[in-house]
Design a protein around this ligand. Structure first.
Ligand SMILES: *[C@@H]1O[C@H](CO)[C@@H](O)[C@H](O)[C@H]1NC(C)=O
Ligand SMILES: *[C@@H]1O[C@H](CO)[C@@H](O)[C@H](O)[C@H]1NC(C)=O
Length: 558
């Protein structure tokens, strides 16, 4: 049967159908799909961009993929990288995916080889998921809206959780395997995208949440230089405290993991032991790091590496030492109610706050808002008191939107706004504030009351997820607006508030006037100072005080 199929494909090739592309790795066959407006595009799913990271390649930098004979069937979605998704409150304990997972998906509106002379701008989506979950598959990130426009879209999987980010902070297990997967994926795009009608010299990388952090890290990494030309950061940057592991913590976590898994602590022996362990077990070990419920929600993440080696992805801890390597135009921002991501989880079906948090706010809040590992222990009581007093003036947590606001400020706003200020390249800043009929809050927690425009909700406007209802009315109009803005940013250098050529100019964000685009409806407006009082509050807290001590030691040493 299979041989017959391959023969049929060869017949197709000889007679000039365009189903099959000839890459340097081998031939691939894709499928024809339809965009939202009914335009045909070609989808190629599951192209290997790296060797399968299994056996001796587990917990190692990725290697380029092998080539293949015959025609690779690229018509189906490949498994995501093995994971559990702690953010999905109903299925957080479900094991998903496969360790063999380093695959690329490419979607192009170029149907005929004939019209491939004029190359199209490329948009590469880097998915989020807290560095422990997520994937770039078409079922989740359907490109059907973007492909109404003249862009080539690509997305991919990268390793997550301990398999992607475990680090002993030495040369044996340096970490950042998931980030190096991303670099290799971007190199793959650079070398191959022309075959899909994409312009390797016009690549926009975009991502949300941990994907936004990732995009930001590519701006800081020496390894990513020259692989992209513009960048979009949605709801995450390297300056959020969950974006990069505080120095020292990754090693402590690796040692804890050694203890609970019965592996030796010595890096070399630990690596060997972990490479011989079933992948499922490693994924399960991750959940031992929760202090309460699923918090801290991010435990394995990018780390600072020794950059004496040319393979080092990140050389400095961005919160203390910010160094931008790629100066490309930036579009970035956040949603108005990001904090729903965490807030939704602390309210129950009746929308009442979890009694354990209510009674132990001071104890849990530092791991909930991920400042426990960057703040001096002696500062913790004062910090939690200040936070409580600011957000819960009534003396209780009954107002859910106040909790959302607290989480938004604590783990998103500050790090996102700081990034906008620190970047040396031009920044266009947005706040997405449109309430769609569907919200990710319904996946994050059981309370069905309104918790605002949450983390991820802008993606409802950007991607079609399989099984999702068609967008209607104003939801549809906002989606079309977002598609105009996002693709226009990738295609042209003239940035307008509605993404059209004759639209009103969208001024750059600067630290003085702080102008940004407020997208509360399909008629966006320019506004000023996004949540600036919230930002000032968080900036005023000593959330990096744990590092002061080491500075003092440094001084006495000098
Ligand atoms: C496909 O590409 C390879 C290498 O890039 C080349 O050697 C081969 O001739 C090509 N085959 C076809 C059918 O175009
Ligand atoms: C959406 O846009 C269309 C076309 O501009 C317009 O006719 C329609 O009234 C808009 N719908 C809503 C709900 O605003």
């Amino acid at each position: 049967m299979e041989i017959f199929g391959i023969l049929m494909l060869f017949v197709g090739l000889v007679y000039g159908t365009d189903d099959v592309l000839n890459l340097s790795q081998g031939k691939i066959k894709g499928s024809i799909e339809k965009s939202r407006n009914g335009r045909e595009f070609r989808a190629f799913q599951g192209i290997p961009y790296a060797k399968s990271p299994i056996g001796d390649l587990r917990l190692q930098d990725p290697e380029e993929a092998d080539s293949w004979n015959g025609i690779l069937d690229a018509t189906k979605e490949k498994p995501m990288c093995i994971q559990k998704n702690l953010f999905m409150y109903q299925s957080y304990n479900q094991l998903l995916g496969d360790e063999d997972c380093l695959y690329m998906n490419v979607y192009t509106p170029k149907i005929d080889k004939k019209d491939q002379k004029e190359l199209l701008p490329v948009m590469v989506w880097i998915p989020g998921g807290g560095f422990s979950s997520g994937h770039g598959g078409m079922s989740l990130y359907g490109p059907h809206y973007l492909l109404d426009k003249d862009v080539v879209v690509a997305s991919f999987n990268y390793r997550v959780g301990p398999l992607g980010f475990l680090s002993t902070e030495d040369d044996i297990l340096p970490g950042n395997y998931g980030m190096k997967d991303q670099v290799l994926a971007l190199k793959w795009v650079k070398s191959n995208i022309e075959k899909f009608g994409g312009d390797p010299n016009k690549v926009t990388i975009f991502g949300e949440s941990a994907g936004g952090v990732s995009v930001g890290l590519h701006l800081l990494s020496p390894l990513s230089k020259g692989l992209f030309h513009k960048a979009i950061l949605e709801s995450g940057t390297p300056l959020v405290r969950w974006g990069v592991c505080p120095p020292g913590l990754a090693k402590r976590r690796a040692l804890s993991l050694a203890t609970i898994s019965g592996c030796p602590e010595d890096s070399e022996q630990l690596a060997k032991c972990l490479r011989n362990m079933p992948a499922e077990l490693l994924v399960n070990l991750h959940y031992n790091f929760f202090e309460w419920k699923v918090f801290p929600a991010i435990t394995f993440m990018p780390v600072v590496e020794n950059c004496k080696h040319k393979t080092g992805f990140l050389c400095k801890y961005p919160l203390l030492d910010f160094k931008q390597e790629s100066n490309v135009p930036i579009l970035m921002g956040m949603n108005s109610g990001e904090g729903g991501l965490i807030a939704a989880r602390v309210y129950n079906e009746d929308c009442e706050v979890d009694p354990e948090l209510k009674n132990n706010f001071d104890h849990y809040i530092s791991s909930l808002l991920i400042y426990k590992y960057t703040t001096k222990m002696s500062d913790l009581p004062l910090v939690s008191k200040k936070i409580y007093n600011r957000y819960f003036t009534e003396g209780n947590m009954d107002n859910r939107l106040d909790t959302v606001k607290m989480v938004s400020g604590g783990i998103f706003l500050q790090g996102i706004f700081d990034m906008a200020i620190k970047l040396s390249s031009p920044v266009h800043y947005y706040v997405y504030d449109h309430t769609n009929s569907m919200s990710f809050n319904s996946y994050f927690g059981p309370c069905s009351a309104n918790l605002g425009v949450t983390h991820g909700d802008e993606m409802i406007s950007l991607f079609f997820t399989k099984g999702q209802d068609q967008l209607k009315g104003e939801d549809l109009n906002v989606s079309k607006l977002m598609i105009e803005i996002w693709t226009n940013f990738a295609i042209t250098d003239k940035i307008t508030i509605d993404g059209t050529n004759n639209g009103k100019e969208w001024p750059l964000m600067d630290s003085k006037s702080m102008k940004y685009l407020l997208i509360s409806s399909s008629k966006p407006i320019i506004s000023k100072k996004p949540f600036i009082e919230e930002y000032e509050f968080w900036k005023g807290l000593p959330l990096l005080s744990a590092f002061e001590k080491s500075e003092e030691i440094l001084k006495t040493e000098l």
